[in-house]
Design a binder for this molecule. Structure first.
Ligand code: TYC
Length: 108
């Protein structure tokens, strides 16, 4: 007998089976994508990946090369607020250093 079905001890009562369903939703997750361009130096991209995405040196180089070769690559997957903040930080950092590096987010 399920947790929420009361034992009617044979008195002829009928039970209604209910199941409590908490109305919580998992937050949607968002990919942060880095886009290739012809001008941003490779080491600047690697440094941005180390700084804003907590990647290891090897991971950062792999992601940068993947972007360089394919045009786009995933930096990480985060909640909307975190993804949005990272995109803004990367673009702002690139702008302040006169690089055209672009970053965007995409719902997973
Ligand atoms: N394509 C750039 C170059 O040859 C390097 C680069 C890699 C730029 C990744 C942006 O997201 C990027 N200097």
């Amino acid at each position: 007998m399920s947790d929420n079905q009361k034992d009617d001890k044979g008195k002829g009562k009928t039970g209604v089976l209910t199941k409590t369903r908490p109305k919580t939703k998992k937050p949607s997750m968002y990919k942060v994508l880095m886009l290739n361009d012809d001008y941003t130096p490779m080491d600047f991209v690697v440094h941005a990946l180390l700084t804003f995405f907590q990647k290891t040196e090897d991971e950062a180089v792999q992601i940068m090369l993947n972007v360089h070769q394919t045009g786009v690559g995933i930096c990480g997957v985060y909640s909307f607020e975190v993804a949005e903040t990272k995109v803004m930080q990367v673009i702002d950092h690139a702008r302040r250093n006169d690089h055209p590096l672009q970053c965007t987010l995409e719902k997973e």
